[in-house]
Design a protein around this ligand. Structure first.
Ligand code: MN
Length: 502
């Protein structure tokens, strides 16, 4: 069967999304998981855009062995050189060169004429090719570019050495039938197109990113650019899991395959959601909390009798853990370890002991421990590994008559306890002010959100906090059965990231 190359841009376009900032270690963690997922190409970042981006692309290039690692570059020599510097240690490096090709962009963004852009394409693709053989070229805003000119620029890029040409629907403006005709036109009118893989990069402004990608595949495209959970600029990119599972589920229609290890889909989705702080809508296809939940009695009855009656995908095949097994107070180390393994975690002894201890503590407060609880415990333990300040204890009083007051004890980097107290407009405000008195770094709180991760009054609350300092956003997370404690943990987590970055 013919294969579709999966090009994941979660770490580049996905991370570009408003409010989604990842640190180097988090990007590496996602990249390693993308490698486990079996993506063919990981677009790790845009190296010239910032020193942090450069460092993370370089680290990913060193650590990832089984996927191509790609760095993005504009069509100028400095960008190309910097991208190569970042990816050159990869087992399989790729440079992705892009330039605007629509007249609107030429006139208003680049202020260059068409011939200048053609020359620039020729020169910069050739420069990239002098470093490595694997070159991708994208004419930005391709779907609004005059066709004859689009064909011409692609022909030049391929002649200069591009072996993948990517057609972006940058603004998410295309309609499937029309976009498919654009792709078919390229295949027919670019004389040397046989020497390159044609790729698409679709945005979801009209909710059509996946549909446009699939229609392009029907028209001969053999690489799709996509992101986990469909995150990305504005309304996001085409969602990897939806494209892969459509090709898989409807292989009768497409007759195509991918190298994706679909059992890793759920875990990857959770990891990206957890680290970026972008939660997944419950009705999201494939990975949403309700994606495999049957509410209608007729459907439930059918699924119990025979799953294929109302289920086109077996949730287990994409790694959704079965909800039947619930652990509790009496569950031992062995059962817990097995459950962790089933959820895809392999922890070292020390980490395991810490998580097991946290599990036992939680089991004292909460009767039924579900998979989501366990995932949250593991995440919480991983967060405390490289802490600068650690929350030792906290006490809060509040109510409609009292003055909200918080006192906190933090363990400072020197190992000593530091205590302080503050008043606030509410318990969270008082807590954050007390923490500020101890840590003493100025910042602005830009986002605070809280959600319950499982059902029931004893559920764990997960808090997400974003703070801003010197124009950079830091995200923090915390989880606890007590939402004030979870808030304190999340705020300290964000402060720890800020301190680590400084
Ligand atoms: Mn994009």
């Amino acid at each position: 069967m013919d294969k579709v190359t999966i090009f994941d841009t979660t770490l580049r376009d996905g991370e570009q999304a408003a409010g989604g900032s990842l640190n180097v270690q988090e990007k590496l963690e996602i990249a390693k998981q993308l490698e486990n997922l079996g993506v063919d190409v990981i677009e790790a970042g845009f190296p010239i855009s910032s020193p942090g981006d450069f460092a993370s692309v370089q680290l990913i290039a060193r650590e990832v062995r089984n996927s191509i690692v790609c760095g993005l570059a504009r069509a100028n020599p400095q960008d190309i050189d910097r991208a190569w510097e970042a990816v050159k240690e990869a087992a399989q490096p790729r440079i992705h060169v892009f330039v605007s090709s629509s007249d609107i962009h030429l006139m208003h963004v680049l202020q260059k004429d068409r011939d200048e852009i053609l020359q620039l394409t020729r020169d910069t693709v050739a420069r990239a090719k002098s470093y490595t053989d694997d070159i991708e070229f994208s004419p930005m805003d391709a779907s609004r570019t005059e066709l004859a000119y689009l064909y011409q620029i692609l022909e030049i890029a391929i002649d200069a050495g591009a072996n993948t040409v990517n057609i972006p629907d940058t603004m998410g403006y295309a309609i499937p039938g029309e976009f498919g005709r654009l792709i078919a036109g390229i295949s027919q009118n670019v004389p040397n197109i046989g020497r390159a893989v044609v790729s698409v990069h679709c945005h979801n402004d009209l909710g059509l990113a996946v549909a446009n990608s699939l229609e392009s595949i029907k028209q001969g495209v053999r690489q799709v650019e996509c992101t986990i959970n469909g995150i990305g600029e504005r309304a996001g990119n085409a969602s990897l899991e939806e494209i892969v599972m459509t090709l898989k589920t409807r292989s009768d229609f497409f007759g195509l395959e991918t190298d994706i290890e679909i059992q890793q889909i759920y875990k990857t989705s959770r990891l990206v959601s957890e680290l970026t702080g972008f939660s997944i809508q419950p009705n999201k296809a494939i990975v949403g909390a309700n994606a495999f939940r049957h509410e209608s009695g007729i459907h439930q009855d059918g699924v119990i009798k025979m799953p294929i009656t109302f289920e086109i995908i077996d949730p287990k095949t994409v790694g959704v853990p079965s909800r039947s097994l619930v652990l509790g107070k009496l569950s031992g180390r062995h059962a817990f370890k097995e459950r962790l393994a089933e959820l895809g975690y392999s922890l070292g002894d020390d980490d395991f002991n810490r998580v097991f201890y946290a599990f036992k503590e939680l089991a004292d407060k909460k009767k039924r421990i579900t998979d989501r609880d366990i995932e949250s415990l593991v995440a919480e333990e991983q967060r405390t590994v490289s802490e600068v300040y650690h929350l030792d204890r906290i006490q809060v009083s509040c109510g409609d008559r009292g003055i909200p007051t918080a006192s906190v004890v933090l363990i400072a980097p020197d190992g000593k306890d530091q205590a302080d107290a503050a008043l606030g407009t509410g318990p969270v405000d008082a807590t954050f002010k007390a923490i500020d008195k101890v840590v003493g770094v100025s910042n602005k709180l830009t986002e605070f959100s809280i959600k319950s991760i499982t059902e029931g009054i004893d559920a764990i609350g997960e808090v997400l906090v974003r703070i801003e300092s010197d124009g950079i956003t830091y995200t923090g997370r915390g989880a606890d059965t007590d939402i004030i404690v979870a808030s304190a943990k999340a705020y300290i987590n964000a402060l720890n990231r800020l301190l680590a970055a400084k």
